[in-house]
Design a protein around this ligand. Structure first.
Ligand code: ATP
Length: 513
């Protein structure tokens, strides 16, 4: 199946099974804003809990905070967001559609890559076992020509972006003869800068309303509280502050479902270190974060690091953790060495000293910061993409099963009475009432047992138990495993011991030690 079709199926599945709905659905939705349904919210909460506990429970030098979405507007001046949090945009006069100029050019670069891969694939088919891929790439005149054009475009594009030369970006679009995908024309406007922050007003207009922003990242809430936490928590460098919260960006091109939203959630941790030790901590956090991702068991081949060539003005090292989505490897998390830029800026703009006195070295300094920043929604999408499976069964049927890590699954156990009579529903409810205190357990009696299994497979429930007539005598039930579909007879009194450990967040956290 084409990857595009897989992605469409995942989006449809998310809606059909109560994971993600378009926001304001009955009003035909609101672009790039989504709501999480009854199963989505459970999965999302489990992802957040896994992250939070891996930071705050497992590290005695990391604590959490929850700062407000509204902040003093000067903070966004100090952080650079008012002046530099921009995307270059361009309009097509015929279709009236707006695009990010950088994205149009990046798509064009990707087209060269595609063409090269197609040439290589064609040659591989032609030469079969004799094919020497490395040699072909190094000598094929067609591939070399494409490669040369690609490199030239990439170099020109990088230079224009580094200098934020808007005229040059437009010129590249014209020279490459990039057309609008809707109108098919090259009738482009000038390229303009577009600030991604949403703003609103605080206070009544009578005493002069103040323009405030909806935070575009949660990180600044940590920086401006750094001293409060350090002092009241008596934290010693190195230490970290973690936060989960909403962020807002007026993305120009919002697409790919919950990959790029206008309202989204971030999980950020800022780790404060002694100047000069930041590179050591940067590689330590790269390793720690990759371990966190891979503990989910989707396979190491689903992840890769993408080191930044172009560093933000405040960073001295940066990498992305990319995940293999149905539409290719995409950024899920950023790990950045932010130097002392943020804290120094806030010192300058607030006029307050936020230096740290290091009792070990007897000196005061502004700590350096390593940031790990991951989007909850992108993480959600990566988990969904990796878990969504269509399986051909031996009897010729197919089943859709979400192979979610048990610890993240919205429902851990479904209790199903074989029939709706003979005291089986009562017995099943008894089991639910006992186990619901330990993990998310639901009761379902509607439809045939086969259909009920399929429904639970589709939302990723790792275990189902069936209560049958024998249960009333032997107090045993049939326990079915989602992935293997194997069934075993177990005592009701053993259910908690068998299931609880396997479905707990703790089972994931233990893999990180
Ligand atoms: P991109 O290049 O995709 O726009 P970014 O580099 O601007 O992302 P950061 O500012 O580093 O992203 O934000 C950290 C994380 O927040 C990202 O890795 C991503 O998971 C998440 N994130 C950022 N923007 C969005 C968005 N519009 N929708 C959903 N998640 C987002």
């Amino acid at each position: 199946m084409a990857q595009e079709d897989v992605f469409k199926k995942i989006v449809a599945h998310c809606k059909e099974y109560g994971f993600v709905f378009p926001s304001s659905d009955i009003y035909d939705g609101l672009a790039a804003v989504y709501d999480y349904g009854q199963n989505g919210v459970e999965l999302k909460n489990n992802i957040k809990q896994y992250w939070w506990q891996s930071m705050v429970l497992l590290h005695d030098n990391i604590v959490g905070i929850d700062s407000a979405i509204f902040m003093h507007p000067t903070i966004w001046k100090a952080s650079g967001h008012v002046d530099a949090f921009n995307d270059p945009l361009i309009d097509n006069r015929d279709s009236k559609k707006r695009y990010r100029a950088d994205v149009l050019i990046e798509d064009e670069i990707a087209k060269y890559d595609d063409k090269i891969e197609k040439e290589v694939a064609k040659a591989a088919k032609r030469f079969k076992e004799d094919f020497d891929e490395a040699k072909y790439r190094a000598t094929s005149p067609k591939v070399l020509e494409l490669q040369e054009k690609r490199e030239a475009l990439h170099a020109r594009y990088s230079a224009a972006m580094n200098a934020m030369d808007l005229n040059e970006l437009r010129q590249i679009i014209l020279d490459e003869e990039i057309v609008c995908p809707i109108s098919g024309t090259r009738n482009w406007t000038e390229v303009r800068q577009f600030n991604l922050m949403f703003s609103t007003e605080m206070g009544s207009t009578a005493d002069g309303a103040m323009k405030v922003y909806l935070r575009p990242e949660t990180a600044q809430g940590i920086f401006v509280n750094y001293l409060n936490v350090q002092k009241t928590g008596r934290m010693k460098v190195p230490f970290g502050i973690a936060q989960i919260g909403k962020a807002f960006r007026n993305e120009i091109v919002a697409r790919q479902f919950i990959f790029r939203m206008r309202e989204f959630e971030q999980m950020e941790m800022q780790f404060f270190v002694r100047p000069g030790t930041e590179m050591e901590w940067f590689s330590k956090w790269k390793e720690t974060r990759m371990k966190w991702h891979q503990a989910l068991g989707f396979g190491a081949d689903h992840y890769r690091f993408h080191d930044h060539e172009k560093l933000a003005h405040y960073a001295n090292a940066a990498t992305d953790v990319e995940f293999l989505m149905p539409f290719g490897f995409k950024e899920v998390e950023g790990i950045h060495s932010r130097t002392n830029f943020d804290l120094s800026q806030h010192e300058k703009y607030s006029g307050k000293s936020i230096k740290y006195f290091d009792p070990e070295t007897n000196e005061s300094y502004t700590p350096y910061v390593i940031e790990t920043s991951i989007g909850v929604d992108r993480m959600f999408l990566s988990v969904m993409s990796a878990a969504y499976t269509e399986e051909q069964l031996e009897n010729g049927e197919t089943r859709v099963v979400l192979k979610l890590p048990a610890a993240l699954a919205p429902v851990k156990l479904a209790v199903l009475p074989l029939v709706k009579k003979d005291g089986l529903p009562e017995k099943a409810r008894e089991i639910v009432n006992d186990l619901k205190f330990h993990f998310n357990t639901i009761y379902d009696e509607k439809d045939s047992i086969g259909k009920r299994y399929r429904r639970q497979d589709a939302v990723g429930t790792p275990y189902c138990v069936t209560v049958d007539h024998d249960t009333l005598n032997d107090n045993c039930v049939t326990l079915r495993n989602r992935d293997t579909m194997q069934q075993e007879r177990v005592a009701i009194s053993d259910l908690n011991t068998i299931i609880a450990d396997r479905v707990s967040i703790t089972s994931l956290l233990k893999k990180l030690q």
